[in-house]
Design a protein around this ligand. Structure first.
Ligand code: THU
Length: 132
């Protein structure tokens, strides 16, 4: 797994970001269980609450392309600092990842800070809480 390649993929997605309201452009790139890369960007809307985060759009791509599990996800924002996933995206990463899923955030120094979903969303509400 090459973080450089994943970063390039996230940049490609970020270039497509539709963020006329916040001007905050986010790109996300996932590697799934087959080693396939899926990308997404944030897509805002004049009706603010129906905007879509980059992570969510990358997960949609993964699902539609037949991927099942996020093994790595790299996220970049446009502030020059690390862009930690929002609460809703943490929940989505939890649902479509596993215990080994690694979340990579680009730091202001251009390096990558890697965390697990357990670090970012401890004591989570997940499918095991439902009788399914
Ligand atoms: N955003 C993401 O795409 N992912 C996150 O995890 C945090 C926020 C987007 C949503 C909105 O388009 C913009 O960043 C500002 O919040």
């Amino acid at each position: 797994m090459s973080l450089k390649k994943l970063h390039q993929a996230a940049k490609k997605a970020q270039d497509k970001s539709y963020a006329p309201y916040s001007q905050f452009h986010v790109g996300a790139a996932i590697i799934d269980e087959q080693g396939i890369i899926h990308i997404g960007c944030n897509i805002e809307n004049a009706a603010y609450p129906i905007g879509c985060c980059a992570e969510q759009s990358a997960v949609s791509q993964m699902i539609v392309n037949g991927g099942q599990t996020i093994k790595h996800i790299l996220i970049i924002g446009s502030s020059g600092e690390a862009c930690p996933p929002c609460g809703a995206c943490r929940q989505i990463i939890l649902e479509h990842g596993d215990k080994e899923t690694q979340i990579h955030l680009e730091t202001s120094a251009g390096q990558f800070n890697t965390q697990s979903i357990d670090d970012l969303l401890p004591n989570a509400f997940d499918g095991s809480k439902l009788d399914k």
